[in-house]
Design a protein around this ligand. Structure first.
Ligand code: AHR
Length: 501
């Protein structure tokens, strides 16, 4: 196998990593909320019904911003149903997932959940622009954020929440380009509504940060034209535009699946180009940043039939993908893609957090455990803080059906404020170990502090209720740093974290 090479030099950087890059997503979908984070009867539940075993795992995962309450769910969401005494809250049909929503967990519980997680946990609240509009969005904002002395802020206080929620980051709807969305709109219709909503929300508080809906995927027919039309209406009023992308292995084509990040990077580049094109047309110095607020591996093709067969149950087992080592390596590669574009991607949310296409699984009344995908995310959140260095790989490539020619090595590097550097690298070869050489210029680094590897003789190995620790990272061997060159051999189909001190 040819050696893959790159050079690291602190003079060549991509940009600062936003802590919000390590966000996640809690939707009222399946068991993400109920029996995921909230299960009052569970032995580990606290006084607010939150599972403390799950809270501990979320902290270990290193999640920051948490988007809520959907997702497709938000397009039928009535925020008023989710506040006040729990026993008075109405049960509603959730059209998005053909389930019944009890509203036992709502806005106040979401904020309490974030506060329990700690100061790194930031709210990211979506407003319903599917079945609702400007009035309901500003009413929700007033209820949540106004200190007091008005009907809605006093209602929040009467409900027991004296302190305002201080929600700064708001999504203007969800996937409004998707025909599956309740209240789906054309780009012109949505662009106008998003602009009017943004204007009104800014009248309450101009310091809010607003995310306009971009495309639900790069493959959408309206992709790029949607972004251009929406931004033409909203450019001066919003801060971010959303991107969503899910990947899965199709028909056993693992080579293509392993190169999923090629699509993610091109999606990012194309959205940046579209934003900047609109900015140029408007002669605006402002840059729109990207909010990749749904991304993951999701075996979507397996779950579509599941939803249509439902008869309005409460919190059923839905989208409970059990992730393999291969899925974790792909997820690691998607994290690398986000980091490689840290100059423009300022928010990213792993969809979702618990049980629903999630890194954390729970059993009602039973334990919580880490999926394979937990590990790359936790490591990237822990060590991927600082400045991304520009990595230009030269090395072996391979051909894929879906994504053309791809590098076998996918990599990025982040330099922390203390000067340590962490390299995140994926070897996409299913069969061969990949020799790696990194030339270190202008970096005072003298030792390999750690080389952690996620790989397995069985790339389909998974963690389950009965075998929750089947897959965990192990230590890499033979990694050296001498005369300004790092040398390593990356195991086949592996996720690697190499920390240089
Ligand atoms: O995350 C699952 C679903 O995927 C979300 O509800 C929706 O926004 C997307 O299509």
């Amino acid at each position: 196998m040819r050696t893959a090479r790159f050079t690291l030099d602190p003079a060549f950087t991509v940009g600062e990593v936003s802590p919000r890059l390590f966000g996640s997503f809690v939707e009222h979908l399946g068991r993400c909320v109920y029996t995921g984070i909230h299960e009052p009867d569970h032995p580990a539940a606290d006084e607010e019904g939150l599972r403390t075993d799950v809270l501990d795992l979320i902290r270990e995962l290193g999640v920051t911003t948490i988007r809520y309450p959907g997702g497709n769910f938000v397009s039928g969401y009535k925020w008023e149903d989710s506040v006040g005494p729990v026993e008075d809250r109405p049960r509603r049909l959730d059209l998005a997932w053909r389930t019944t929503e009890s509203n036992r967990f709502g806005l106040s519980e979401y904020i309490a959940f974030l506060r329990k997680l700690g100061p790194q946990a930031e709210p990211m609240m979506a407003v319903n622009l599917g079945t609702r509009g400007v009035a309901e969005a500003i009413e929700l904002q007033e209820y949540a954020n106004h200190p007091g002395g008005t009907a809605l802020s006093d209602l929040r206080i009467a409900h027991g929440d004296k302190d305002p929620f201080g929600i700064k980051l708001w999504c203007l709807g969800n996937e409004m380009d998707g025909p599956w969305q309740t209240g789906h709109k054309t780009a012109e219709e949505y662009g106008r509504l998003a602009a009017e909503t943004a204007r009104a929300m800014r009248q309450i508080d101009n310091s809010v940060e607003l995310v306009a809906c971009g495309s639900s995927a790069q493959y959408m027919e309206t992709f790029a034209e949607w972004e251009a039309k929406v931004l033409a209406e909203t450019y001066d009023l919003v801060d971010h535009i959303s991107l969503h992308a899910y990947y899965e292995e199709h028909d056993g084509d693992r080579d293509s699946f392993l190169a999923s990040a090629v699509d993610m990077e091109s999606f990012i580049q194309n959205v940046v180009a579209t934003c900047d094109h609109v900015g140029a047309r408007l002669k605006s110095p402002k840059k729109i940043s990207l909010s990749f607020d749904e991304w993951n591996v999701w075996y979507m093709s397996r779950t579509e039939a599941q939803v249509s067969a439902l008869d309005w149950p409460e919190a059923p087992r839905l989208l409970e993908d059990v992730y393999s080592v291969t899925d974790a390596v792909v997820l690691g590669s998607l994290l690398i893609a986000l980091l490689r574009h840290a100059d423009r991607v300022k928010i990213a949310c792993l969809a979702q957090l618990v049980n629903v296409i999630a890194p954390i699984m729970t059993e009602p009344g039973g334990p919580a455990w880490r999926q394979t995908t937990f590990y790359p995310f936790a490591q990237a959140s822990r060590y991927g803080r600082g400045e991304v260095l520009d990595v230009r790989v030269s090395g072996p490539t391979y051909d894929t059906e879906r994504h053309g020619t791809a590098d076998l090595l996918h990599a990025t590097a982040v330099r922390a404020t203390d000067g340590t550097v962490t390299i995140f690298a994926v070897n996409r070869s299913q069969t061969e170990s990949l020799p790696l050489e990194v030339a270190l210029h202008g970096l005072e680094l003298s030792e390999v502090a750690e080389h952690s590897v996620l790989a397995d003789a069985d790339p389909d190995a998974r963690n389950t209720l009965t075998d929750p620790d089947r897959v965990t990272p192990h230590e890499g061997t033979g990694t050296t740093l001498a005369d300004g060159t790092l040398r390593a051999a990356l195991e086949p189909l592996s996720w690697n974290v190499i920390r240089l001190a």
